[in-house]
Write a protein that binds this ligand. Structure first.
Ligand SMILES: [Zn+2]
Length: 265
């Protein structure tokens, strides 16, 4: 259980204890024939409700952090894990919404810190809470649209439902780091492709075409121009066997002659 949820217990218990105390006193007075104690049960329920409500509001207040939900349609897309989901969003939809939300978070933080001005203790406490709650700054929700059928009078009627296939929450710092990573690799390789997948498999046709175009179909060693692509090869500058990645910065065009010579070294 999260620490913040545990906080609810003392917060809820205090009003509840007060209710029990009042109930206890009322019953004592009832036995002495002073009051009718039947009101005690609804009163206790009311206190219970109020204590839960107060606890919930305090919990919400202490754990507030500006959050955004980003829906991503994955219909007809391959199955992806949470890393892929985040990268898919950044690569396909850009960073505009993310940037705006991070701006909003920073404005919110600054206004709070301004309000606490001069009170170092409160600022530190606020920053500690932010550190704890920033994990929910972004929520990526991948969903697929499925067609289902409803049968009315022996006729099938199609209707669509959205089914969530995966969702992941992340902090603003995590997303900024991920954007920096993708940008550094020209939005051409995902985190999973970079870290997990076989680097040979990461050499997609799209990536090959990109390198050919970038290097103008020209051998980067001897300058041979190969517009017909005969003998044109894509070379890993740092070989895969030595930890080289299939990323634009580690790839170049070579002619078969130069590539063969390189392999012989
Ligand atoms: Zn060459």
């Amino acid at each position: 259980m999260k620490k913040s949820i545990l906080l609810l217990i003392p917060l809820g218990i205090l009003p509840l204890l007060l209710g029990v105390l009042i109930g206890f006193v009322a019953v004592r007075l009832d036995t002495q024939g002073l009051v009718d104690a039947t009101f005690v049960i609804p009163l206790l329920l009311l206190f219970l409700l109020a204590s839960t409500g107060v606890g919930y509001l305090v919990y919400k207040y202490l754990n507030y952090y500006p959050a955004i939900k980003l829906d991503i349609e994955l219909t007809n897309k391959n199955k992806m894990d949470n890393n892929d989901l985040i990268d898919f969003y950044i690569i396909n939809f850009g960073t505009e919404q993310i940037d705006n939300h991070i701006k909003k978070i920073n404005e919110w933080k600054n206004s709070k810190i301004d309000a606490y001005k001069g009170n170092e203790k409160k600022v530190a406490k606020f920053q500690g809470r932010c550190l704890k709650n920033q994990q929910k700054a972004f929520k990526f929700i991948g969903y697929r649209v499925q067609t289902r059928y409803r049968q009315v009078n022996y006729v099938k009627h199609p209707y669509k439902v959205e089914k969530i296939s995966n969702q992941v929450a992340a902090s603003d710092q995590f997303i900024l780091n991920r954007i920096a990573f993708l940008k550094a690799h020209d939005y051409d390789v995902t985190f999973n492709q970079y870290t997990k997948t076989d680097q040979r498999k990461a050499m997609t046709k799209k990536l090959r075409d990109k390198i050919k175009e970038r290097d103008n179909y020209t051998c980067q060693e001897c300058g041979k121009h190969m517009p017909d692509e005969v003998g044109l090869q894509i070379d890993h500058i740092v070989p895969i066997a030595k930890g080289g990645k299939s990323t634009p910065t580690n790839l170049r065009v070579l002619c078969s002659k130069c590539n063969g010579r390189k392999g012989g070294k």
